[in-house]
Design a protein around this ligand. Sequence first.
Ligand code: ZN
Length: 549
Amino acid sequence: MPARPAPFLLLALLCASCRGTPPPAAEQGAQVSEIADRVAQYTVVRLAPDLSALGESERRMVPLLVEAAQAMDRAFWKQAYGDPQPLMHSLQDPAMRRYAEINYGPWDRLEEDAPFVPGTPPKPKGARLYPEDMSREELEKAAEAQPELTSLYTVVRRDENGALVAVPYSQAYAEEYRLAAERLREAAALAPTPDLRRYLEARADALLSDDYYESDLAWMEMKDNTLDVVIGPIETYEDQLFGYKAASAAHVLVKDLDWSARLERYAAFLPDLQRGLPVPDAYKRESPGSDADLGAYDTLYAAGDANAAVKALAFNLPNDEKVQLEKGTRRVQLKSTMRAKFEKILVPIAGVLIAEGQRGHVTFDAFFANGMFHEVAHGLGIKNTLDGRSTVREALKEHYSALEEGKADVLGLYMEQALHERGELGDVDLRDNYVTFLASIFRSIRFGASSAHGVANLIRFNFFQEQGAFTRSTDGLYSVDAEAFPKAVTNLAERLLVLQGDGDYAAVAAFVERYGAATATLEADLARLTAASIPVDIVYEQGLDVLGL
Ligand code: ZN
């Protein structure tokens, strides 16, 4: 059963984000050395966190959870590309194979999915989640009679007559999902608390029934577990055609109890901050759940969509709007990942692009706070359009993710400002948060315009520049204007919240078109980061041997 049948607002509009022209296929030799450079964009981070907080039974659960995660990895390959074996066999060069592993296919996720394996056709916008020969209009029309075609948890195929049919993930990825469900059940039997056992069993059921609602609730109700796993079809970024389909992923996590305690108190401010948003009342009429929580976690293992190319610093789940309104969300900050990216990427970026006098404002505490408030800020704003006809996600389609990420970024800063004014943040200098945020924009834009976060950051860069939030010196060094910056934050927050509430797809497409592209100056500045050999992102060295289990 599709878990999210809903009436859809069907708009016959063209995709405004036509990008991704593949480069001409280079000669194999030239290609190979270039591929080694591309692999070097990722700096290796070992996932070997402190496991001393885990009890004996939890340590025995880890290998089972890792096996379940590896099943998600195989399912994600099928969603993103197909069977990896023939591809891997055809690649002679180790760097080429490595790059295909990192990207889960022959398309470069840092280069708007341009093929890097000679002879590969462009990546379909809908990856392998829809038939390649299907048009947007065909799906929209068919979905009028078959709403399950737009479910998060079905893949669209053609039947023998060529008609579109929805195949539930539990069938499309039966082998992988069944194996993951089995391992989750075995892990559940070892779980030290009833909450964790109930969640793992519910999640196992969900993988087989395609109904994730109960397991999402169980995850939200689980409070004092140290070991955690986020597994199944989760985020919709892989579906660039519509943003409907969730990609298979897994994070095996251990909670950092000290840092989590520092974070928890902020969720309590959400309802009050929602009321203070800089928009007319209609755009803030929903109330965010107040028993949402925040936690800092270290990653033991990441798989599938959670391990593809650029690594998330944090996430905010579940995505099911119904669970969000009932229970709020859980914001998971991936602390070890954040620390690695801060030290290996952000500090070096600031050394190249931020004015010398402001570099001291780039701090880990500010980076962590910005990331944390980004996650909290996903809970602000509204989930349903003002006309009440659909969710914001349904109305904005493939632009939804970029807008939602952009909203969370600026509302995160808005929260910092609001809490700082009330004296809730203690002794912080908001200039740290602003300058760290600016340096982080450069970091994120390097992910490319094929990622929702990349587009969100381009929009913000161009919008902030227009508003004078920062300046660029003639020698290419950027400085935050501490007066103009918070005003630009408020103005962009207002724009994004109104665009979401109106659910006007055409207006959003025009907005993304206007602000979502890099200028020549920006491209040249980003090239200076590459010339300085600053890694773009990280790749995990992970597994039971790395964990010492
Ligand atoms: Zn986000």
